[in-house]
Design a protein. Sequence first.
Length: 404
Amino acid sequence: MGLGTKDQITGRAPRILFYSHDTFGLGHLRRSRALASAITQADPQASALILTGSPVAGRFTFPRRVDHVRLPGVTKRADGSYAAQTIGMGIDEVTELRSGLIQTAVRQFDPDVLIVDKEPTGFRGELLPTLEHLHETGHAKLVLGLRDVLDEPEVLAAEWARKDAVATTEKFYHEIWVYGLRSVYDPTRGLPLSPATQARIHWTGYLRRDLGPLGTPPDQPYILITPGGGGDGKAMVNLVLSAYEQDPDLSPRAVLVYGPFLSGELRDDFEARVAALNGRVTAVGFESQIETLFAGAAGVVCMGGYNTFCEVLSFDKRAVIVPRTTPRLEQWIRASRAEDLGLVRMLDETRDGLTPQAMIAAIRDLPNQPLPSQAIRAGLLDGLDYVTGRVDALLSQERERATG
């Protein structure tokens, strides 16, 4: 079926396509998966397809009527440039290949709604031909989804100017969804968006986590240590292990989840240190059902990524967040605002020092922290309900247009 022949929209089940560029890490894929799950649960007829570059997409289970297409992977070098992850192609060739695969998927899947995560033009502009095509045919609703914090306003403005992202957003996207609350943080601060585009912004609230039934947690009590994807979590893991090594009375025990990107010699070193702690710290590999570990934890020590923050709020866990500050300040901004609101405690490098002593004190003080639910305000965790409502509204508009 070609893209120009959707007069049968009233007679077929809705199709939602997600684009999640995912050059590294888990954040974009996990967010898209949570949204796809909520949308297909809310509408038993709907199906969703996620286009993702995540190298670990295959390790996840996907809900019924949700599937994914894996785009060829790319990795970010230390100097900020990109390279193909596995196949022997230059970055321009890989980008062109990914762009072609996206266009083919869009033509074949023929979505009613396309939800793009974070990058308005896609990785290195790979989404632009698809956006242009859908804009011309005019029957798919295009949505840009933004997490609560992107980066410092000045840094973000320069990045979007370089990528021509403002013009792309203004031209192509029918709606912009911010997966947070304006009262917590406005990720579009500093962006020269027109009043008309600003009027298309919807503040959804954070995305509550409840992906299916929970398993049996490890023996309790324990605190959960999670570096997220794990690619840049070695400093935090090292800090926690050092705390347990230096304080033999530190309790409760810790369950450490290695992210899928924390591997090799570094992981071998951590494994040896964990073994030497004789059960006071235990470690598990990448856990796609991390919700079970969250649910059973007495507290959490984590980095400040969006998805982990949503899990802390959703499972109402006392948390110490150790945010990364490079290459962007996103995690620090989120953790700082969350601490201001009384939702979490932040371990700040300049204020507290990233020392074993600071970590020991933070873990010991976890039971004295208020629960996030004591500070949560109305609408904070309503994101999934809001999004399913918006999808329903967009599909209704599309049906009216098709039958009008």
